[in-house]
Design a protein around this ligand. Sequence first.
Ligand code: 3HC
Length: 717
Amino acid sequence: MNNFADLTTQNDVAIITINNPPVNALSPGVPQALVAALATAEKDPAVRAIVVIGGGRTFIAGADIKELELAASGRGSGPPDFHRILASIEDTSKPVVMAIHGTALGGGNEVAMAGHYRVAAPGAQIGQPEVNLGIIPGAEGTQRLPRLVGVAAAVDLCVSGKPIRAPEALKLGLIDRLIEGDLLAGAVAFAREIADRGGAPRKTRELNDKLGSEFVDASIFSAGRDQARKTRRNMLAPLKAVDAIEAAVNLPFDEGCKRERELFEECIASDQARALIHAFFAERAVAKIPDIPKDTAVYNIRQVAIIGAGTMGGGIAMACANAGLPVLLKEVEQAALDRGLATIRKNYENSVKKGRFSQEIMDQRMALIHPQLTYDGFDQADAIIEAAFESMELKKRIFGEIDKIAKPDCVLASNTSSLDIDQIAAVTSRPGMVIGLHFFSPANVMRLLEIVRGKATGKEVVATALAFAKKLGKVGVVVGNCPGFVGNRMLLPYMREAQFLVEEGATPEQVDRALTNFGMAMGIFAVDDMAGVDVGYRVHQEYKHLEKPGARLPLVLEKLFHLGRYGQKTGAGWYRYDENRKPTADPEVHALIEKTAREAGIERRAITDDEIVERSMYVMINEAAKILEEGYALRAADVDVVYLTGYGFPAHRGGPMWFADTVGLKKVRDRIAEFQAQHGDAWKPAPLLDKLADQGETFASWDAQHDAAREQAAAMV
Ligand code: 3HC
């Protein structure tokens, strides 16, 4: 029998410990066990108050997302209707004190709010992150939260999905006391104080004084909806969350709960919820590498050394310092080092100005970064990350040098975005210690870390890189060593197709608008201007040899490059920029495109936004199918994670492969075949896509089959 809720007593206080590792999710049986334990404690005449606490590392981290996944895909009923469960917690005649450590998220916070009082460890995090899964709080969170923290804070918490720390929760009234030191002892003492006070326990559902007035609330709801539309573009759930909180204000509690449930059901049945739940599990699956067991030994990275203080090196140094790791930052010239450090300082200062963290934290982080012109101290580093200019010759020289200095168990990493990691490893005496760590700019912000596994890279080194990514708060995706790895290999055809579209009749603004309307964080031409047209041009040149003879090549990029229109940094690229880097459409670029097309004999026509989105997305999906078949990505879901965390792909579409599945692979393949007929063999459907389309399969089913086969193979070893 499971023991989801363990009941013990300390004299007059009952203690219920929730046990459902790893995160005490409210899986089937857990809420019921909690209610049963409460009933037992209530009946015990010796008990005057009850403390509920999480066993292990956390309080309750929410409803069981696996149950939500089943409900979203129509295969299960989803989380239970919590109404009766929460009512029985709240109706307990003896005071119930919820003791929170780790996280109280979603259903976890909703259970906590049904308790009469809440205490928390200072580091605890509390929130309603449901919007990240495409749903709204479905266990009366939208009804109890505004009663505790007020309407404005409730709207903010539910729309942003961001958890808050316990001290902030105390200020808002979400918790009643911070407990420094032993949480359980503090909670028991608090429970006794409440019992001593006597009187009926305080029921959250009966607190109405923070619900505000119709007049004030109307402006909060309208601001909340604006916030939702701005920060969660095209997403349903945040708007529904505001609707539900509005119901808390306008309806009696029980009716408000019913309204919340209706809105929750609407969300869980949506494509957006399915996509976001897929993204949640995909992000966690990437760390599971079939031939690298979870318990693989890892090197402890305590000291990092970085070569190159440019944009990438500086960003990586900040990412390390933000995680509390000391960094040696090396440059070849004092001027470059000064420039690099000044940029780091400016970035931190901006964060302090925006209130993201205090000056004190900034000073601590700056103190962790040691600028230098020599390799001094590199012999003590646990990881050396080379972030020099993208040149094979240079990288080989650097790796030759560090091979002589680094201690034997030092991880040697290159931040190359495209070069062959095996060739780099080959110049060292220890190719097993060499790995690619491809950070994305700005490296202190972007969550993706492509971990490039060379043919000699040791398993411990891969496991170390995954642990390192986690330590930096990033998502490490292990990819194979092919030109462009996964992300940039897909980006290249995407970029090329966008240029073909403008040659054929679209404008850069139309392409970008169609893509941002689809949900991309930025249009591809805006990205090109930000990254630098010169950089894009050089990358195209570098990969030219991979093109099939006679393949169509884009024509305009080269012309922009030769005109010195490098993008934002020169004030002009695909767009024209003012001094604040605000883009406007540029008639000169339009004229250049039209002239180029005319000279090349390309007939221009009106192009629809649908065609723009289809060609841009399908060209990436086709490339990704090749990547999968060639084994450079383990799963289609890994490709999704790369695009969701590194390339601004809209989360509510689940990533490019999930998006393809939702369109239907047959439809995608058939459209690709039409493009092949119109534009040539670069559009030939990838064999894997062809096969899955013919078999009526999806990329998700391909993943499931492959994961199962790998697990079976691992079990046989
Ligand atoms: N349900 C099911 N499994 C969960 C889960 C949940 N709510 N939260 C985490 N897990 C699983 C993960 O899938 C992972 O499983 P794995 O080891 O098999 O891959 C394991 O728990 C550990 O998770 P992490 O690797 O993410 O561990 P971290 O320590 O890095 O993070 C966490 C812990 C902050 C709790 C993070 O897991 C998290 O954010 N979880 C989701 C929280 C959430 O969204 N809660 C709301 C759920 S929706 C809800 O409650 C609806 C309600 O209103 C009705």
